[in-house]
Every structure is written in structure tokens, then in C-alpha cells.
Design a protein around this ligand. Structure first.
Ligand SMILES: COC(=O)[C@H](Cc1ccco1)c1ccncc1
Length: 130
């Protein structure tokens, strides 16, 4: 009903704000757009589910996410893919893996510090009811 749509509207506002704050962080520039398949022709042979911050924003506006955990399932792909595709000891791989770990930690700290636990539970109740 209407109260449920009010809750999901507020979730989308929180998720957009979180995603936009990550997009403007210079550490996360490599994560803002899909990996360029022309630049990296073997990327889709290694990574089954590409994900990036601009695609998260698109999904939010498409009302894909009813809970924070559904959003995190996609958001986690960004850093997981980076760790998987860039595993070597060389400095370039180590640099993108360091940034991937910073993305993972930054996201979770913002959610823990800024998302009300009761609000999260209400979203989960809406998901279970549908
Ligand atoms: C999330 O970004 C990536 O996984 C690409 C992979 C990549 C390899 C070559 C070109 O791009 C990346 C970008 C910047 N620095 C390291 C790796």
C-alpha cells in the first residue's frame, strides 16, 4: 500500500546518496563505469556478472532493490570482480585490489552508521510479503 511505497522511496533515496558519494570518490574512479570490453577483450571470459556504480544507479531508478541486502548483492560484485580479474602481485593489480577493499569497507561503514536497523527490517518485511 502507500506506506510501503513511502518506505521504498526512502530506501531509493538512501541508496542513490550512498552510490553518488562513492562515484565522486577519486579512489573509486575505475568502478564508476562498466569495464571497457574493447580495452579488455577477455574480461567477460573471466567475469560472469560485471557490475559498476553507474549500473547500480540505473538499477535503483528501475526499482530493482527492495532491501539493502539485494543492493549489496550487486554492489559486492564490483569489488569481488576486481579482486578476481586483477589477482597478480604486480603493482597495478595490487593498486586496484586495495581500492576494491576500500570500496567494500566504505560501503559497509556508511550503511552501518547511517541506515536505521528498524528501517532495514521494515524493508525486509515488505520483501517477504511480496
Ligand atoms: C574495475 O576495473 C578493472 O578491473 C580494470 C581491468 C583492466 C585491466 C586493464 C584495463 O582494465 C582495471 C582498471 C584500472 N586498473 C586496473 C584494472
Amino acid at each position: 500500500e502507500e506506506q510501503e511505497e513511502d518506505v521504498l522511496r526512502e530506501l531509493r533515496l538512501f541508496l542513490r546518496n550512498l552510490t553518488e558519494r562513492l562515484m565522486v570518490d577519486r579512489r573509486f574512479k575505475a568502478f564508476t563505469k562498466p569495464v571497457d570490453i574493447e580495452e579488455v577483450p577477455d574480461y567477460l571470459m573471466v567475469i560472469q556478472k560485471p557490475m559498476d556504480l553507474s549500473t547500480l544507479l540505473y538499477n535503483i531508478d528501475e526499482h530493482k532493490y527492495v532491501t539493502v541486502d539485494e543492493f549489496l548483492s550487486d554492489a559486492d560484485l564490483i569489488w569481488q570482480n576486481a579482486l578476481e580479474y586483477n589477482p597478480d602481485r604486480d603493482p597495478a593489480d595490487r593498486h586496484i585490489r586495495h581500492r576494491a577493499c576500500a570500496l567494500k569497507d566504505t560501503m559497509r561503514v556508511i550503511i552501518r552508521d547511517e541506515l536505521d536497523k528498524d528501517f532495514q527490517r521494515i524493508c525486509e518485511e515488505i520483501r517477504e510479503s511480496r
